[in-house]
Design a protein around this ligand. Structure first.
Ligand SMILES: [Zn+2]
Ligand SMILES: [Zn+2]
Ligand SMILES: [Zn+2]
Length: 165
């Protein structure tokens, strides 16, 4: 294994120098890779969730991070993707199960996240309140590269009735 690192020119993350793409933003460092869906089109990036290369037409850039159309709706935050949401008890239960099974989940709380209230007509509003989101909802996030496995794990738990879907 090559332990050397390089800095991604797109997102400034430090990544292994033997990577073909940046796992943080999906920037592609090799130019002879073709789109997974269009065999004749060169890939312009890699979806950070599935790790598959795609052409520009098959990719969406969300906060400067590449996602394929199958994964563009998934909420992402600092190298992590949302796998589930719910109340405190449910999320902590899931995190316990995921941790026991060698995943690295973390709990994302809108209340504790850094966001600035916006000002409308002289009054301050919390931006999440304005949009009508439930500020008490917690989110379970896992690293991008654990997303697919963690999703499969949760689906199996749902099928076995251990958690509610
Ligand atoms: Zn990057
Ligand atoms: Zn994808
Ligand atoms: Zn394509």
């Amino acid at each position: 294994m090559n332990e050397q690192t390089i800095i991604c020119g797109k997102c400034d993350s430090e990544i292994g120098s033997d990577s073909d793409y940046c796992p943080e933003c999906g920037a592609l460092f090799v130019n002879d890779v073709f789109c997974r869906r269009h065999k004749n089109d060169l890939a312009s990036g890699v979806c950070v969730i599935c790790g598959e290369p795609y052409c520009s037409g098959c990719l969406n850039s969300v906060n400067n991070i590449y996602l394929c159309h199958a994964h563009e709706e998934i909420e992402i935050f600092q190298g992590h993707a949302k796998i589930a949401s719910g109340d405190n008890i449910y999320c902590r239960y899931l995190i316990g199960l995921l941790t026991e099974n060698d995943f690295h989940p973390f709990l994302y709380n809108l209340m504790s996240s850094a966001h600035t209230p916006i000002s409308l007509a002289g009054q301050s509003f919390n931006i999440f309140d304005v949009r009508g989101n439930n500020v008490n909802e917690l989110k379970v996030m896992v690293p991008f590269d654990e997303f697919n496995e963690a999703l499969k794990f949760l689906e199996e738990l749902e099928e076995s009735g251990e958690i509610d879907g």
